[in-house]
Ligand binder design. Structure first.
Ligand code: ADP
Length: 376
């Protein structure tokens, strides 16, 4: 989608900077900057903003060969308002946008060239039934093709409530290999109680189940084409019959919430539940506290954030995912891919724009320099 960035309260008017935005596009750009092949699979309107989106992605080296232009719906728009120096508000104008019209055919086309990874987010499935179906189709097809699937939960409470999101994402989980979430998003996918008011979040399906045939998913974002292309989608369903009862009641975001499962802390229990559901890698983003990751074969790593002066935290999560997936595609050990994730995340935080300041490979070590240093 296109984006406008304002430097002060929007109601005062003034200058806005026109650019493009979107979680999956941010990840695709982050990967392309790091030298990976990346394809974005999405839909834009037949308008100037659509041309802007495609032109920007092309300029960043992202493959948009299968991206589609929809003559009947406009390109979505978001407006970022820097309300005060450190607080940004995001306003969406994307109801009925072209992006919400993503279809299963778009997903098929995007994956056709073969890809090592498909990356999807929980945002696209929230955009509407077409996009949801497309994402569900994409993750299933990825599984058939031997393409690994990464899902970033990326819950957007303005798009759907936690119960609806949880039911939708549950349909995707059987096809997910790498799950990325904030700690407070984990209960959304494990069926934990989560924050107050979360009443109807369904519990996690057991491994090998939940592959309902009629999963209404929502697709979002791109996909990868050749070799190491990571893609992007999301969607799902829920209402699985065979939800393991022990997980009901689950956990909260905080570490020490006692759940129904014996032993373990909240996050540990959520991670164990995800492994039981067949996911092989769980990555938790913790903002300025860094990140933590577990693999189903017993691997575990934590990393503090790279200390930077925060300029704009929008896009940090996507940048982190780009770094983490880059490490995965490079075959780095768990701790090193986590380190690449927090490094690229820090670049996003320390720069203006959601993706503009992301590093290329040679710049990854730049943040180790002293603040204010000039590189000659
Ligand atoms: P999201 O943007 O999805 O909410 P986070 O806020 O957790 O995700 O940020 C993602 C990653 O970006 C973090 O795991 C961390 O590595 C990095 N990051 C976020 N905020 C900061 C910060 N203030 N300073 C340095 N790194 C940060």
């Amino acid at each position: 989608m296109a984006s406008l960035h304002g430097g002060g309260p929007l109601r005062l008017g003034g200058s806005l900077e026109l650019s493009m935005a979107g979680a999956e596009a941010n990840v695709a750009i982050g990967l392309a900057r790091l030298g990976h092949t990346a394809r974005w699979a999405g839909v834009v309107g037949d308008d100037e903003l659509g041309l802007l989106v495609l032109r920007t992605l092309r300029a960043e080296g992202v493959d948009v060969d299968t991206a589609r232009t929809d003559p009947d719906h406009p390109t979505g728009l978001l407006v970022q308002e820097r309300r005060v120096a450190t607080i940004t508000r995001v306003h969406y104008y994307r109801a009925g946008s072209a992006g919400s019209r993503l279809t299963s055919d778009d997903a098929t086309a995007a994956l056709a060239g073969g890809a090592r990874m498909l990356h999807v987010t929980g945002i696209t499935p929230a955009l509407g039934p077409d996009a949801a179906s497309a994402i569900a189709h994409a993750v299933r097809q990825a599984r058939e093709l031997g393409t690994r699937v990464c899902l970033d939960v990326n819950h957007r409470s303005r798009l759907w409530d936690r119960g609806t999101a949880s039911r939708a994402l549950a349909g995707l989980l059987p096809y997910v290999d790498v799950l990325v979430a904030s700690a407070d998003e984990l209960p959304l996918v494990t069926g934990g109680a989560g924050p107050a008011g979360d009443g109807d979040v369904p519990a996690l399906p057991a491994a090998g189940t939940g592959a309902d045939e009629d999963v209404p998913a929502l697709f979002a974002g791109g996909t990868g084409a050749d070799g190491d292309v990571p893609g992007l989608l999301a969607g799902g369903t829920g209402a699985d019959e065979d939800v393991p009862g022990l997980l009901a009641g689950g956990t909260g975001a905080d570490e020490d919430v006692p759940g129904l499962l014996a032993g373990g802390t909240g996050v540990d229990r959520d991670v164990a539940a995800l492994f039981a559901a067949g996911i092989s890698e769980v990555v938790v983003k913790r903002g300025a506290a860094g990140a933590e990751a577990w693999t189903a074969d017993g691997g575990h790593a934590t990393s503090g954030a790279v200390p930077v002066r925060a300029v704009n935290t929008v896009g940090a999560g996507d940048a982190f995912v780009a770094g983490y997936l880059s490490g995965l595609l490079d075959g780095l050990p768990l701790g090193e891919r986590l380190l690449r994730g927090v490094t690229v995340g820090a670049f996003a935080v320390a720069s203006d724009g959601d993706w503009h300041g992301l590093p290329n490979r040679a710049e990854l070590s730049l943040l180790a320099l002293d603040e204010g240093e000039t590189v000659r």
